[in-house]
Design a protein around this ligand. Structure first.
Ligand SMILES: NC(=O)c1ccc[n+]([C@@H]2O[C@H](COP(=O)([O-])OP(=O)(O)OC[C@H]3O[C@@H](n4cnc5c(N)ncnc54)[C@H](OP(=O)(O)O)[C@@H]3O)[C@@H](O)[C@H]2O)c1
Length: 289
């Protein structure tokens, strides 16, 4: 996995998304280190060396997709992690963030999310969120946000937040559009990050054939693949995309979603067929709207 992280960064990806719950922070850290040094992950072996590396004006460079020279520095990366549900208390958030940083071998995170809102009593949110805000004030994280939050969860946070969440990372794709949640986020200036943007291709839920067939046809029209059409739909609807692959070829080809436009008619067509194929993969059994 470390080498895939390094390959992704070399291919031009900039947002690396991990979580305490996934147990992938150490691997992410190694991959980032490998990329910054452009060599195998042995590299520096103590935190001081790594802090120097993170803060250095490293003169190494690589080429981004559009040919621009991109400096291989920590500042040019965007690293996200998430508070595990078991650490989601006001008095544990700081120590678990420090633990994440140690595992990632970084001095700060660009974005730290609360992984889920489930099973937290409403009255606990103000203190939990204050602890998240403390991370920004102390420079451990640049931005704070949430994941899998419903409108009622966001309302709890916004009631007392001094630093509002910048991101809500949720499962979202044409088969799970959640228009009310997206509208609420937009109104409150919260960026929606879509996870599982292309999962439907893998899962092929019952009744998805017309949807998948049309996606393939649109992909053919635009000289790309169904996965890129799905990611493109999310991007053109104003959301960010978090995707994954274990396949180095797809790592590169999935970036083609940045290179074409779907017409408004095509976007709507994807939505109409997606609405007929309702599908949720993650956190099933939870009480979503
Ligand atoms: N906040 C949360 O609660 C939460 C929950 C779930 C996920 N996430 C985040 O979202 C990320 C993505 O989630 P996800 O795994 O559902 O993502 P996804 O990107 O929608 O789906 C990934 C699957 O799609 C396949 N795939 C990738 N490119 C493809 C292509 N061009 N054609 C066909 N299939 C392709 C991959 O298979 P191959 O490996 O074979 O390419 C993989 O099995 C995760 O890594 C995680 O960071 C967050």
């Amino acid at each position: 996995m470390a080498s895939m992280v390094a390959e992704a960064l070399t291919a031009g990806y900039r947002n690396i998304d991990g979580a305490q719950m996934y147990g992938n922070e150490e691997w992410m850290g190694l991959g980032i280190q490998q990329y910054l040094e452009q060599k195998t992950p042995e590299g520096p072996n103590n935190l001081n060396d790594l802090n120097d590396l993170n803060n250095s004006n490293n003169s190494n460079k690589n080429s981004s997709k559009d040919g621009e020279e991109m400096k291989l520095t920590r500042e040019n990366l965007f690293v996200t992690s998430k508070v595990d549900d078991c650490n989601r208390q006001a008095d544990t958030i700081r120590s678990c963030c420090v633990e994440s940083l140690k595992k990632l071998k970084l001095t700060y995170l660009d974005l730290f999310l609360i992984h889920s809102p489930f099973d937290v009593p409403k009255e606990d949110w103000p203190d939990i969120w204050r602890a998240m805000e403390g991370l920004v004030r102390d420079g451990l994280v640049k931005d704070i946000g949430v994941s899998n939050f419903r409108i009622q969860d966001l309302e709890c946070i916004l009631e007392t937040a001094e630093i509002p969440p910048t991101v809500n990372q949720v499962e979202l794709n044409p088969c799970l559009r959640q228009p009310s949640l997206v509208e609420f986020c937009r109104k409150h200036n919260i960026l929606v990050q879509c996870y599982a943007p292309i999962r439907v291709l893998l899962e092929k839920p019952p009744g998805s054939e017309p949807f998948l067939t049309r996606l393939a046809a649109l992909a053919h029209i635009h000289g790309t693949e169904s996965a890129q059409v799905l990611s493109r739909w999310s991007l053109q609807r104003g959301n960010a995309v978090v995707t994954t692959t274990t396949n180095p070829g797809r790592l590169v080809s999935n970036l083609d979603c940045l290179s074409f436009d779907l017409s408004e008619e095509e976007l709507t067509e994807v939505e109409v067929l997606g609405d007929k194929t309702p599908f949720r993969k993650f956190w099933s059994g939870k009480d979503f709207d």
